[in-house]
Design a protein around this ligand. Structure first.
Ligand SMILES: NC(=O)c1ccc[n+]([C@@H]2O[C@H](COP(=O)([O-])OP(=O)(O)OC[C@H]3O[C@@H](n4cnc5c(N)ncnc54)[C@H](OP(=O)(O)O)[C@@H]3O)[C@@H](O)[C@H]2O)c1
Length: 266
């Protein structure tokens, strides 16, 4: 069952217990967060309330209820200075309020409920909500040229894969007591820069008669943002596959399928 605002508001901890009581779930997956990465640089307290204190309370309540909790987290817990994909054993070193608040949230869940999974994902795209693929298609409908950062790398991840992976883990995990590791990475296969992702989106769109534009590579320095993005936040998802038998799809294939759906819908 899906619950969210206004019934359950992570900024208002008093709403959590009544919802848990009325839904009586077998497990809680907390995918909600304050995700305004730049906005949070100016509202740190709110970010920590939603991304750290609320998961702590959810962990406490799920522990009391005797059920597991799955906390969705982010590649932004890393500083992005690695020259290889990050494994779960690599040290976190967040550079933004968002990354710091999500890391404290991870730690709170680990400390608050031994029956937990923390799953870090990255660069999530979907036919729902706001995301990079939809932004590129909207921009291409309005402009002839789009500048996109070419020196930041990560793993574009289809939200459907993330959902399938979480459900696969949820199915396997409760039967395995004493799980050795509660922290996992789950992201799409293959590495991309934002520029490569944008180019792929618009090429796929053009093939299907959707919006298209010239994509121009720029550096992160040429495109300054309030919160500095990691230069390389690739995640190694091998442990997730080893323990849960699930691997997210290749980002190029997933993005092509997504663009096809979005162009058909428009
Ligand atoms: N998108 C990415 O690239 C990415 C990458 C790594 C990790 N993640 C993680 O993946 C998860 C989902 O991210 P997303 O991209 O889907 O974010 P999103 O599009 O910004 O959605 C955030 C969700 O959180 C809910 N939410 C925000 N504040 C809330 C509150 N106070 N109480 C209850 N619900 C609240 C929102 O509800 P409303 O609908 O009411 O606004 C929305 O459903 C997050 O944990 C995020 O940190 C995302």
């Amino acid at each position: 069952m899906l619950v969210g605002r206004p019934d359950l508001d992570l900024e208002n901890p008093a709403t959590l217990a009544p919802v848990l009581k009325s839904v009586a779930p077998d497990m809680v997956i907390n995918a909600a967060a304050h995700t305004g990465v730049d906005q949070q640089e100016n509202e740190s307290e709110r970010a920590f309330r939603i991304n750290a204190e609320a998961p702590a309370e959810l962990a406490r309540l799920t522990r009391l209820a005797g059920i597991p909790i799955v906390q969705v987290s982010t590649d932004y817990v890393f500083d992005g200075r690695s020259n290889r994909p990050y494994a779960e054993t690599d040290g976190a070193n967040p550079q933004t309020v968002y990354g710091r608040s999500k890391l404290v949230g991870e730690e709170a869940v680990r400390a608050g409920n031994p029956d937990h999974l923390v799953v870090r994902t990255a660069w999530v795209v979907s036919r729902h909500g706001r995301n990079f693929v939809k932004t590129m298609l909207s921009l291409a409908a309005a402009r002839e040229r789009i500048q996109v950062v070419a020196d930041q790398f990560g793993n574009p991840t289809c939200a459907d894969d993330l959902a399938d992976g979480l459900l696969a883990a949820a199915g396997v995990w409760p039967s395995q007591k004493g799980f050795p590791q509660g922290l996992y990475h789950l992201a799409g296969q293959g590495r991309a820069s934002w520029f490569e992702l944008a180019s792929h989106v618009l090429a796929a769109s053009a093939l299907r008669g959707g919006p298209s534009a010239v994509v121009e590579p720029v550096s992160g320095e040429q495109w300054p943002t309030k919160a500095v993005r990691p230069a390389n936040s690739e995640l190694n998802s091998d442990a997730f596959q080893r323990d849960f038998g699930f691997r997210a799809g290749d980002w190029r294939e997933r993005v092509e399928a997504l663009v096809k759906t979005l162009v058909q819908q428009s």
